[in-house]
Design a protein around this ligand. Structure first.
Ligand code: ADP
Length: 267
């Protein structure tokens, strides 16, 4: 589990919108609605939340979910000290008290009995019962619950229960349209525009391989990694092999096909 805050120096986290997501999120925040961000990994969900927390001037507490995450990890626990025990708030409790935006990344990774502790926070009550202390905390103004979720990933193994899903307004994320994605890759990867455009076009070709058995397609994040290697002086093809092709598959025929696409894009 990791916990992060807004950018340390308070500068605006760069986010290029693809649609109406900023306005919808602002309305959800104003109306105390919890939000679910759906979309493939590396398409900008986390960056969007960072940007929105900055826009709305709220602290941001991020929790990366995994299957060992317990309700106590979220809510808090008694710590044993030399002079007795002391209660320590977990990150969710802190967010509720501080009126922060609490972002649970990859929420489907968490067990159902952990996820249910979110329920009373997502309806009109906006409370967090803490069984161990007997307290029930009302969410401070500005508190908002945001979860992210990748519908394509482990779909058959893990899914959110309908009773949980229906507590959220869902925003669908996709990879940005080509021109915008090129702007993002140029800016975040520090390469020139022509290289960014070529990387995005390669990305589109590689994404088409999903039908041929590629489990995860190259994300905007991977395109940015390739751009960063290129801007640091690594040759374009080597950068693409290392940052785009290799991380995606170990299957020799798929890897070969992807390397061919790299060679065809950057002759
Ligand atoms: P996710 O949370 O969906 O897995 P991230 O938000 O971490 O993905 O996105 C990965 C990287 O891609 C970000 O660090 C950022 O550099 C870049 N990125 C993706 N989409 C955008 C966007 N719309 N505006 C700005 N940067 C973006």
């Amino acid at each position: 589990m990791t916990i992060t805050s807004n950018t340390p120096d308070g500068t605006e986290p760069y986010y290029l919108p693809s649609g109406d997501e900023v306005r919808i999120f602002e309305q959800c925040h104003a109306k105390n609605l919890a939000v679910m961000l759906k979309g493939p990994t590396g398409c900008g969900k986390t960056r969007f939340v960072e940007h929105m927390a900055w826009r709305l001037k709220r602290p941001l507490i991020t929790i990366s979910c995994h299957d060992d995450l317990t309700a106590s990890d979220l809510i808090g626990r008694f710590l044993i000290r030399h002079d007795g025990t002391q209660w320590q708030d977990g990150p969710l409790t802190r967010a509720v008290r501080e009126g922060a935006i609490c972002y649970l990344d990859e929420v489907v990774e968490a067990r159902q009995d952990t996820v249910v502790v979110l329920h009373p926070l997502t309806d009109y009550r906006r409370v967090l019962p803490i069984d161990k202390t007997g307290e029930t905390i009302e969410a401070a103004p500005g508190f908002q619950l945001v979860v992210s979720y990748n519908p394509g990933y482990q779909r058959m193994l893990k899914d959110l229960k309908p009773s949980t899903r229906q507590r959220f307004v869902a925003l669908d994320f996709q990879f940005p349209p080509a021109e915008r994605e090129a702007d993002i890759v140029e800016r975040e990867g520090g390469c020139d525009h022509a290289t960014a455009t070529a990387l995005v076009s390669l990305g589109h070709r590689l994404r088409a391989l999903q039908d041929r058995g590629l489990a995860e397609v190259p994300s905007t994040r991977l395109l940015i990694s390739a751009a960063r290697l290129i801007s640091s002086g690594i040759s374009v093809k080597e950068a693409c092999y290392s940052a785009l092709v290799s991380p995606l598959s170990d299957d020799q025929s798929l890897v070969g096909g992807m390397r061919d696409l790299v060679d065809a894009t950057f002759v």
